[in-house]
Design a protein around this ligand. Structure first.
Ligand SMILES: NC(=O)c1ccc[n+]([C@@H]2O[C@H](COP(=O)([O-])OP(=O)(O)OC[C@H]3O[C@@H](n4cnc5c(N)ncnc54)[C@H](OP(=O)(O)O)[C@@H]3O)[C@@H](O)[C@H]2O)c1
Length: 290
């Protein structure tokens, strides 16, 4: 299997570079190799490598910044995946792409299914949805994995921000009215590799489509922060629950964005653990258990 991976430096991409090695020859690319905003360079690179599988873990993930840069977010999140899908179709390759819980509005009170109505409330979510549509419109051989609240022990994310702030302050205020599911990036990478090994000899019509791939359970950022600090021994740091309205951000966030992952389990027998177990694994991997 000849695999081209985009987003090598990202949370999920760096894990994929590790887990996909067992599946064949992997060319893992970063922004210096090709800027996804340069659509013709992107097409050239893909055609040059003639992959059997394109894995796109790259995205414009700066949710607040996207509000003032919709064109930039659109290029990377919507147009680049469209180019990848057209190349995949032309080359007979499979395209694996990631999307987000933020394609949903958050008005629901129960987990969103893959076919639940989409209605993003911010630019990031809208451009990611456009990316999903561009992928599905341009190739029949694709897997879209929607995930949520991705974190890792490396990189800039909520997990590392909480640990940094806990070292600097006695008290942290964290929003408690957004509900969703933190998902350890390494689990997404491992599950993707497992699914690719399962489908390697199957026909696209047996697996192609959109799947929800998150840890299990629902929590809030406040509860997640408390769990991170408790498990890393920062027990003296007070965590205060606040409302989103008390922490204004350029981008609105869904109030509730838990995803129903039953389809992933039914189709591939793959189920990610509960978010707390995922957090434990992250802490063990980072030698951070307090
Ligand atoms: N992070 C989350 O909470 C979250 C939630 C739901 C879904 N997702 C989705 O999950 C997938 C993986 O996310 P992640 O958290 O692993 O992302 P991440 O850690 O923010 O990494 C994003 C990657 O995309 C690359 N990238 C961004 N713009 C690029 C450009 N113009 N050209 C080339 N590369 C570019 C980055 O390169 P640089 O290092 O050079 O910037 C980085 O490697 C994405 O599809 C994301 O939308 C993420």
């Amino acid at each position: 299997m000849n695999i081209v991976l985009f987003g090598l430096t990202g949370q999920v991409g760096s894990g994929l570079a590790h887990y996909l090695q067992d599946l064949g020859r992997i060319t893992a690319l970063n922004r210096a190799d090709v800027d996804l905003a340069d659509l013709s360079a992107l097409e050239r690179v893909i055609v040059e490598h003639r992959p059997d599988v394109i894995v796109n873990a790259a995205a414009y993930t700066a949710v607040d910044q996207a509000e003032s840069d919709p064109a930039g977010a659109g290029l990377v999140n919507a147009q680049a995946p469209g180019v990848m899908a057209r190349c995949a179709q032309r080359l007979g390759a499979l395209l694996v792409h990631y999307s987000t819980d933020y394609v949903f509005s958050g008005a629901s009170a129960q987990p969103y299914g893959e076919d639940s109505p989409v209605d993003p409330v911010n630019v990031y979510g809208r451009t990611k949805l456009e990316g999903e549509i561009a992928v599905a419109r341009n190739t029949g051989n694709y897997l879209i994995f929607r995930t949520s609240w991705v974190y890792s022990h490396s990189g800039r994310n909520f997990f590392n921000t909480m640990l940094r702030l806990a070292g600097e302050r006695d008290e942290l205020q964290v929003v408690d009215d957004q509900h969703g599911t933190p998902t350890y990036a390494d689990l997404i990478a491992a599950a993707t590799a497992r699914i690719l090994s399962l489908i390697r000899d199957r026909r696209a019509e047996d697996y192609a489509g959109t799947y929800h791939m998150t840890c299990a359970g629902t929590t809030t950022w406040y509860e997640f922060a408390r769990a991170i600090l408790e498990l890393t021994g920062h027990k003296s740091v007070r965590v205060i629950p606040i409302l989103s309205s008390e922490y204004p951000t350029p981008a609105r966030r869904p109030r509730y964005s838990t995803l129903d992952t039953a389809k992933l389990q039914q189709r591939f027998g793959v189920k990610l653990p509960d978010w707390r177990a995922g957090l434990n694994q992250c802490l063990v991997d980072a030698n951070l258990v307090g």
